[in-house]
Design a binder for this molecule. Structure first.
Ligand SMILES: [Zn+2]
Ligand SMILES: [Zn+2]
Length: 196
């Protein structure tokens, strides 16, 4: 406890060129999740970040209207691991992974890299875990259904209220992302994924 409504959640890239904040409400209304999936790991490796494995990547799932980039917007870069992959937004100045979105602003989803927050502890406990490795080599999810439902409800509310139009990632008139998405080649992908 101890947050006030003026107590926004600051974020920045690793070098500090990209800065901004999330609305204070984002910690409570969003889903604090961790993901062990091969894509999240591959995205970190592609950007030259420390390998998260065997640990997960820590993410706040929310809607783009709570995200405000106040400085360094010109350093936003965008890539996809594959032709159907999430939009993965990063800071071109220092290669810090920043956000994930879907490919249309009308699907008002955003994942925020918790590691970029100044006070990630304010996100509170992790409420769900995805793709947890099991001893038998399979993967398991924990509480993902419930958190997905809450998030989906929030996305719908954001769409219906028109708040989806408030996004730093898209030109809402054209529906196009503010950067051209670069998609990795098969060869590039191969290097990033564990052999299965
Ligand atoms: Zn940077
Ligand atoms: Zn993942």
């Amino acid at each position: 406890m101890g947050g006030t409504s003026s107590n926004d959640l600051a974020f920045s890239c690793n070098c500090g060129s990209v800065q901004g904040h999330l609305d204070a409400s984002a910690a409570k209304s969003g889903n604090h999740v961790v993901c062990y999936c091969a894509d999240c790991r591959a995205a970190e490796l592609y950007l030259g970040q420390p390998d998260p494995a065997p640990g997960p990547v820590d993410i706040l799932q929310t809607t783009p209207d709570v995200i405000h980039i106040t400085q360094g917007q010109q350093h936003l870069g965008l890539f996809r691991l594959g032709p159907k992959g999430l939009f993965r937004w990063y800071a071109t100045c220092c290669n810090a992974p920043m956000f994930n979105t879907l490919k249309s602003p009308k699907l008002a989803f955003a994942g925020v890299a918790a590691a970029r927050l100044t006070t990630p502890e304010r996100l509170g406990p992790v409420i769900s875990e995805g793709y947890i490795p099991q001893p038998d080599g399979k993967r398991k999810h924990k509480n993902v259904g419930r958190s997905a439902f809450a998030l989906f409800s929030r996305m719908i509310a954001t769409r219906l209220s028109g708040r989806w139009r408030s996004t730093p990632f898209f030109d809402v008139e054209t529906g196009e992302p503010v950067r051209t998405a670069m998609t990795l080649t098969k060869e590039e992908r191969k290097k990033l994924y564990p052999k299965v």
